[in-house]
Design a protein around this ligand. Structure first.
Ligand SMILES: C[S@@+](CC[C@H](N)C(=O)[O-])C[C@H]1O[C@@H](n2cnc3c(N)ncnc32)[C@H](O)[C@@H]1O
Length: 239
């Protein structure tokens, strides 16, 4: 089993084909980010787990962004980047340090699921607290193990039963591409409450997005999880 960096280095060559197969969903998520941020200007934007950078650059071209930084662990993925002018950080997020504060941070397409442990996910949110500007927002989407529409009724029932065991291992699956595999964490809709509990962050919005069509759905049984998070400063954060 490879770690995330090794896995993405190995599959980088076919990444474009894989992301094209998921295009309606990915485009819908990009549109949601643009819709939420379209009335803001001069944004300092950081995209974490950028992959080939295509989506962050597309989002940047549709918004008023003053500075875009891409952060990506896998050198193989960054080699796919067309635009060589953007600011690149070829490090794991957990080794990244910055004196900047960001108005928009995105982490798109289950990047959080590739972090090696639950403690890393907790660390992620604590680090985000320090990286966000006062009115800044974190926007991310993760795969949802209660998504019946995509994973099917039987698998979701098994996931619900496993979750009752309160075992640390629940939610971990194997992600395979030809002869290469890595472990990936598929979230449940309640994980977010635990992540934010001891932070100064607050949940602004949760949406459920159909993994095949990109349509917005009414319940978490029908889609992947899309979150908008802001700082909890006692006032309402507006997007
Ligand atoms: C499913 S891909 C998504 C790529 C891109 N966001 C997109 O939507 O096309 C997940 C990406 O997260 C990156 N990644 C995983 N863990 C990371 C970490 N700790 N720091 C930086 N990047 C990471 C992987 O290398 C991979 O490129």
């Amino acid at each position: 089993m490879k770690n995330s960096r090794e896995y993405y280095d190995s599959i980088a060559i076919s990444y474009n084909t894989q992301s094209k197969e998921r295009l309606p969903y990915l485009n819908a998520i990009d549109d949601l980010v643009v819709e939420k941020m379209k009335n803001h200007s001069n944004l300092n934007y950081l995209d974490i787990g950028s992959g080939d950078g295509r989506r962050a650059i597309k989002i940047t071209n549709k918004l008023n962004i003053s500075k875009l930084s891409l952060l990506e662990d896998s050198e193989g993925m960054l080699k796919l980047l067309n635009d060589k002018k953007v600011i690149l950080h070829n490090v794991s997020f957990f080794e990244f340090s910055s004196n900047d504060s960001y108005d928009l941070i995105t982490c798109l397409w289950n990047v959080l699921g590739h972090f090696p442990s639950k403690n890393h996910r907790f660390e992620f949110f604590h680090k985000i607290e320090n990286l966000l500007s006062e009115k800044g927002v974190l926007i991310f989407d993760v795969n949802n193990r209660y998504n019946i529409s995509y994973y099917g009724f039987e698998n979701v029932m098994n996931n619900l039963v496993n979750d009752r065991s309160n075992n640390e291992d629940t939610g971990w699956f194997s992600l395979r591409n030809e002869n290469v595999a890595t472990k990936v964490y598929i979230h449940n809709p309640f994980d977010i409450n635990e992540y934010l509990k001891d932070t100064s962050l607050q949940l602004i919005d949760t949406l459920f997005v159909n993994y095949e069509t990109g349509n917005l759905e009414k319940t978490f049984f029908e889609g992947q999880l899309f979150y908008i998070i802001g700082k909890n400063d006692g006032t309402e954060t507006t997007c």
